[in-house]
Design a protein around this ligand. Structure first.
Ligand code: UFG
Length: 340
């Protein structure tokens, strides 16, 4: 029998890609989103890719009654919780907004999982929990560092909520996926990243500069202790990242977990500097990008990349797309948005 996965935040960047991969892998998906940080572009894109409509519920996960009703209405085998605020800088200015939304929504998911006698819960975590790592690459056993923003705090706290609920409530099982830097777009160019206002993240800023919506990319710092002086990250293709969720959900619903709470890094294991990324974007798309070197951005870590071997071995998942393919997809998406 088909299993049903509830995807909170399913109209967003990661949620929409995960929905496509889940449906293509044979799952029924229920999307829930309050649309506070997106319009229906990605939802419509998901329906076009799949050739049909999916159940969509506009709701806020901070409303506990609504979450309970949702669980009562659908027989949910697994829930993937993406619905959260994600702007690091804004979380510093408005910590209460972040604590209320990101923590309360996840508590409501956990309450619902407990009251229905158990559920498989996948939490969308982040490499931000590792802070500035002492050793590279980071494994799941690398220590978490004190968070440098309320956003990062909420990721750490939600991981702990999940761990403790799994321990306390029979039938509740959990996986936290720690994403490195998700970038790119679906090869159809029908879904992708839709930042509101000025993008905080590197790749949307690059594509918006290339299309002419921004004048110039600022590279934040070229005096870091790396080969070319710019920061290094582990950029993971969004479709590869989405596939990791399918592997994790399948592991849970098929009862193949080794522990009732598991953590996996989702990255490529390949560090790429900001300059290398910019150069790769120019080369693969055959264009020149207007950029300048600017001062360091406060709070940036120098370098972080994953040791993804646990996910490779246990989930049977591996990042497949090259950074060039991913940057070509990101550019195709930006052009699609611009109607070009
Ligand atoms: N960068 C620039 N110019 C820009 C934007 C970014 O040079 O306009 C640089 C940053 O300084 C950094 C790299 O590009 O070196 C990547 O920056 P992103 O903002 O794209 O990604 P981060 O690694 O800062 O952010 C990621 C996740 C966040 C998470 C954060 C925690 O996107 O969700 O890691 O460190 F909170």
């Amino acid at each position: 029998m088909k299993k049903t996965v509830l995807v909170s935040g399913g109209a967003g960047f990661i949620g929409s890609h995960v929905t496509v991969e889940l449906v293509q892998a044979g799952y029924d998906v229920v999307i829930a989103d309050n649309m506070s940080n997106c319009d229906d572009t990605n939802y419509r894109g998901v329906c076009s890719i799949l050739g049909r409509e999916l159940p969509f519920i506009k709701m806020d996960f901070c409303d506990g009654d609504a979450v309970n009703e949702l669980f009562a209405k659908y027989r949910i085998d697994a829930v993937i919780h993406f619905a959260a605020f994600k702007a690091v800088g804004e979380s510093v200015d408005e910590p209460l907004k972040y604590y209320r939304n990101n923590l309360l929504s996840f508590l409501n998911v956990l309450e619902a999982a407990r009251s229905q006698g158990g559920c498989n819960v996948l939490f969308s975590s982040s490499a931000t929990v590792y802070g500035e790592p002492e050793e590279l690459p980071v494994t799941e056993k690398s220590p978490r560092q004190p968070a440098t923003s309320p956003y990062g705090d909420t990721k750490q706290m939600c991981e702990d909520f999940l761990r403790d609920c799994v321990r306390a409530y029979p039938g509740v099982k959990g996986i936290a996926l720690r994403y490195f830097n998700p970038i790119g777009a679906h090869p159809s160019a029908l879904i992708g990243e839709l930042p509101r206002g000025v993008p905080n993240n590197l790749v949307p800023f690059i594509t918006q500069t290339a299309i002419g919506r921004r004048e110039c990319l600022s590279i934040f710092g070229n005096d870091y202790p790396t080969e070319d002086g710019t920061c290094k990250r582990d950029y993971i293709d969004i479709v590869d990242l989405a596939k990791a969720h399918v592997c994790a959900v399948t592991r849970m619903v098929e009862g193949r977990m080794k522990e009732d709470y598991e953590i996996f890094n989702v990255g490529t294991g390949r560090p790429v500097s900001v300059l290398e990324l910019v150069n790769a974007f120019e080369k693969v798309n055959g264009l020149k990008l207007n950029y300048k070197i600017a001062p360091r951005r406060p709070g940036d870590v120098v370098a972080i990349w994953a040791d993804p071997s646990l996910a490779n071995e246990e989930l049977g998942w591996k990042a497949e797309r090259s950074v060039e393919e991913t940057l070509a997809a990101a550019w195709a998406w930006e052009k699609h948005l611009a109607g070009k």
